[in-house]
Design a protein around this ligand. Structure first.
Ligand SMILES: Nc1ncnc2c1ncn2[C@@H]1O[C@H](COP(=O)(O)OP(=O)(O)O)[C@@H](O)[C@H]1O
Ligand SMILES: [Mg+2]
Length: 260
């Protein structure tokens, strides 16, 4: 079973001339065919963990420690991005170049990972159909502004699949999308992950998403993992106060929805 390990990741920022830890001693392992949810309150370090592992940190923060291992062998972050790890981000609109068509985006992705060939147009259309984008020939000619958020998110999933990376990082993939479309996109992510046997790091603050999709859960608080377990164990017997409050927030919302 291929595994991807983030080992002892430490990320800091400078405040008033001192190092502040934003992610601290974080270790986790993904396995292909399993969905691991990384949950935690806003600001707990989930997104920095994902970007730090891929060597794409924002300005103002730096990686102090940490390695990424593929089947136990250390990898250069620049070589795993796109090839070993594909990503789906929160805001699909900002992930696309506004002046480029979907065809240009798809061809660029294939070129970047070295899979562009004479059959590319067919591969792209098949992959778009796989993620539920009907009429790929038409959609390939569209620019981002001509598409809904839900369509763009499907296209981002198609681009992730085109890389043929065995691991997928999805950072709050449905947060910016309306509720009905959210549920369909979550089902889609789950279906393609299972069919293609991907190892998924699913970042979310929403325990409803976790209950729906994940196999395993790691809970983050203030830059550290404070609890790990199967979805079942985390919901049945949450041990850490942060886990308990995430579940309480989820249950409160769920009861409201049931009553409405
Ligand atoms: N570029 C940055 N410079 C300084 N601090 C940052 C930067 N990006 C994030 N942080 C801080 O790091 C912490 C974790 O951020 P993040 O990983 O985005 O949290 P999460 O994704 O869990 O909501 C937050 O306190 C945030 O303010
Ligand atoms: Mg985040």
């Amino acid at each position: 079973m291929p595994t991807l390990t983030i080992d002892d990741l430490g990320i800091t920022t400078q405040r008033h001339g001192r190092d502040i830890a934003l992610v601290d001693g974080l270790t986790l392992t993904l396995e292909t065919g399993r969905i691991l949810a990384l949950v935690g309150p806003s600001g707990s370090g989930k997104s920095l963990t994902a970007s730090g592992a891929q060597g794409v940190l924002p300005a103002g923060v730096s990686r102090r420690t940490g390695r990424v291992l593929l089947d136990g062998v250390e990898q250069r972050p620049s070589l795993i991005r796109g090839r070993t790890i594909a990503t789906i981000m929160q805001n699909p609109r900002s992930a696309f170049n506004p002046v480029k068509t979907m065809r240009a985006h798809a061809l660029e992705t294939l070129t970047a990972v070295g899979h562009r060939d004479a059959g590319s147009e067919d591969t792209i259309r098949d992959t778009m159909a796989e993620v539920g984008l009907d009429d790929p020939a038409r959609v390939l000619g569209l620019h981002p502004f001509e598409m809904s958020g839900g369509m763009l998110q499907r296209m981002m999933i198609a681009l992730a699949l085109l890389t043929r990376a065995p691991f997928l990082f999805a950072d709050e993939p449905t947060t910016d999308i309306d509720l009905v479309v959210q549920a369909r996109l979550l089902d889609l992510i789950e279906r393609v992950a299972r069919e293609r046997h991907l190892g998924v790091l699913l970042i979310t603050h929403d325990m409803g998403v976790v209950a729906r999709l994940a196999d395993d859960v790691h809970v983050m608080s203030a830059g550290r993992i404070v609890e790990r377990g199967s979805v079942r164990a985390i919901f049945d017997a949450p041990a850490h106060p942060v886990t308990q409050s995430l579940i309480a927030a989820h249950l409160a919302l769920y009861v409201d929805e049931e009553a409405a």
